[in-house]
Design a protein around this ligand. Sequence first.
Ligand SMILES: C[S@@+](CC[C@H](N)C(=O)[O-])C[C@H]1O[C@@H](n2cnc3c(N)ncnc32)[C@H](O)[C@@H]1O
Length: 221
Amino acid sequence: MFSLAGSDMAGRILGCGDGPASFNAEATKRGTQVISCDPIYAFSKEDIEARIAATYEQVIDQTRQNQNEFVWEVITSVEELGKARMATMQAFLDDYPAGLVEERYLNSELPTLPFPDASFDLALCSHLLFLYSQQLDEGFHHSSLLELCRVAKEVRVFPLLAFGGAMSPHLEGSIEMLRSAGHQVTIQRVSYEFQRGACEMLKIQRTDGYHQDSADGCNGD
Ligand SMILES: C[S@@+](CC[C@H](N)C(=O)[O-])C[C@H]1O[C@@H](n2cnc3c(N)ncnc32)[C@H](O)[C@@H]1O
């Protein structure tokens, strides 16, 4: 989703809206410093586990009904997707108690994050901004993107499509706003594509001296 290079993983990373994903668990095992923020971290492991179990069938059913909106190449069926998602969430659940103690999982949410300026080298945000364009208005997108740029030297957001497959109506205005604020903004193709057509990320770099140019991790195709 983010064309992460080895050099990206060497820095301090913020995962914003990470939910029950396994990125923090897996990256921590590899020695990367990651903090994940999400309002679901107000809940206990047991509460989150129960919620995953309660919503599993519904999520899989919805995917089955909208099968043509996805690319079934790496994951070849809805059943395989279900198993992969459950394995991912189990890796999160196994790591969650230790991660709470180590303050790697923080109950906090956009548009206000509890970190000093430039606390992170890279902030990642997947399947929240732009995807939930109907639920989260343009003002929320602008405040959230500026907040991510405040706490991190570089920000990457994936995907740029809303549910249903159309480009987010907030994308163009957000890019304009970020450029007016002095940030360098590019749209980059990534190798991951599961939601059909969702194969681009927004990359925002601070141009106020915090960001130092480094080799680009994007595959560039
Ligand atoms: C669809 S999930 C994406 C999880 C993960 N990033 C991924 O790509 O698999 C969206 C997540 O955003 C979280 N979320 C919702 N509102 C948020 C906010 N204002 N700030 C941060 N996270 C939020 C939800 O709790 C949920 O875990």
